[in-house]
Design a protein around this ligand. Structure first.
Ligand code: FAD
Ligand code: DHB
Length: 389
């Protein structure tokens, strides 16, 4: 089999890149380790930046998100019983859109299937051969048979645990990492959200986030221990703990119900440099991870897709490799800024096990400064709605 761009990973990065390339007549094949049903049931991000919405529109999948998504032009931050709002429209010209990653992925799968996109599921033992030559290949096993996909370029969109990053020799790349000493326990429930905007809560008992998917579907998170397991948390224990971490007025209004999904995600900051080796380009979680506070993971994957798609168009349509040659540099310049914001917002809002009383006071002072200072609010709003590409 032969294609122009071999895409490893059928998550949001790989699917979006594939569909964008299709609009320009550039052929790709997506190789996904899991089944489509598995990819679609993974509950992850829920807040989309304008840049991702624009890419979805360009890819021809921008219709449902504008019809069913919820535009938010502000978010709430609380500490103890105090709560204040960061107004996005006062400081930027953009709102964000609440629309689940599962729905983004579903829209992209439907579009790829409607345009006869080549997607291969349940592949195993994926191996990238000759990434540093002019004729790279991807070898993989499907239905028990070994296959070879010849291509011009390989897009490594296979997430943090994929093979693409590890294909770049360790001597040629540098990894930067920070692991946080806690996780997020997330619950999805068919209940109306406690508030019409998101609430990021700093409390003495730890962080909490009140988010949503729609008027009847809520997504909540609480900071938990790294050794906690979802089964250790009954629904009742989760709701009780959430109530203790959000302002009293919201706690009194919280509607609870059975969880329909419950999972724990560890928090990590990670970047690998460079994001390119020869004809292999890393994209999304394959190259970097942010802690989820601020919802930057999926959105940063989208900005990589933008730079890679632009570079591939330039080479196929104009014969100019400049965009690909500068892909890593351009993507990383934005990645590091979202890393900084996600690290800052996570550090501001969580309780750290070894935090001293001094550090806690400093944290509260910083939140208080944010509550009262327009310049600080503007910086937060600009980062939250998404930095320009
Ligand atoms: P992924 O979504 O990881 O997709 C990679 C795909 O590659 C997967 O489908 C995988 O099955 C496939 N794959 C892996 N290895 C191989 C292989 N060897 N061969 C072929 N295919 C392979 N972000 C937020 O903004 N907010 C959140 O609340 C949030 N929650 C998250 C919770 C969890 C548990 C995780 C892991 C991430 C979360 N994120 C969140 C981050 C966000 O979901 C990711 O940034 C986003 O999914 C990145 O998309 P991606 O396509 O780059 O990678
Ligand atoms: C969601 C996740 C986040 O990390 C965040 O900052 C906002 C919303 C969510 O899953 O809804």
């Amino acid at each position: 089999m032969r294609t122009q761009v071999a895409i490893i990973g059928g998550g949001p990065s790989g699917l979006l890149l594939s569909q964008l390339l299709h609009t320009r007549g550039i052929d790709s094949v997506v190789l996904e380790r899991q089944t489509k049903a598995y990819v679609l049931q993974r509950i992850r991000a829920g807040v989309l930046e304008q840049g991702l919405l624009d890419l979805m529109t360009e890819a021809g999948v921008g219709e449902r998100v504008y019809r069913e998504g919820f535009a938010h032009d502000g978010t709430l931050l609380s500490y103890g019983d105090e709560m204040f709002r960061i107004d996005f429209t006062e400081h930027t010209d953009k709102p964000v859109m609440v629309y689940g990653q599962t729905e983004v992925t579903r829209d992209l799968y439907e579009a790829r299937e409607a345009t006869d996109g080549r997607l291969v599921f349940q592949v195993s033992d994926v191996e990238i051969v000759g990434a540093d030559t002019d004729s790279p290949k991807v070898q993989y096993t499907v239905d028990g048979a070994r296959q070879t996909l010849a291509c011009d370029y390989v897009a490594g969109c296979d997430g943090f645990h994929g093979v693409s990053r590890k294909t770049i020799p360790e001597t040629l790349r540098k990894d930067y990492e920070k692991v946080y000493p806690f996780g997020w326990l997330g619950v999805l429930s068919r209940t109306p959200p406690v508030h019409h905007e998101l609430i990021y809560a700093n409390s003495e008992r730890g962080f909490a986030l009140c988010s949503m998917r729609n008027e009847a579907l809520s997504r909540y998170y609480i900071q938990c221990r790294l050794d906690d397991r979802p089964e250790d948390w009954s629904d009742q224990a989760f709701w009780d703990e959430l109530r203790r971490r959000i302002p009293g007025e919201q706690a009194a209004r919280l509607v609870t119900g059975p969880s329909i999904e419950k999972s724990i995600a560890p928090l990590r900051s990670f970047v690998t440099e460079p994001m390119r080796w020869g004809r292999l380009f890393l994209c999304g979680d394959a190259a970097h991870i942010v802690p989820p506070t601020g919802a930057k993971g999926l959105n940063t994957a989208a900005s990589d897709v933008h730079y890679l798609y632009t570079g591939l168009r330039q080479v196929y349509e104009e014969g100019d490799a400049e965009g690909l040659d500068r892909y890593s540099e351009r993507a990383l310049a934005r990645v590091w800024k979202t890393e900084r914001f996600s690290w800052w917002f996570s550090t501001l809002m969580h309780r750290f096990p070894d935090q001293t009383e001094f550090e806690y006071k400093i944290q509260l002072a910083e939140i208080e400064f944010l509550r009262t200072n327009k310049a600080a609010q503007a910086a937060m709003a600009q980062n939250y709605v998404g930095l320009p590409y």
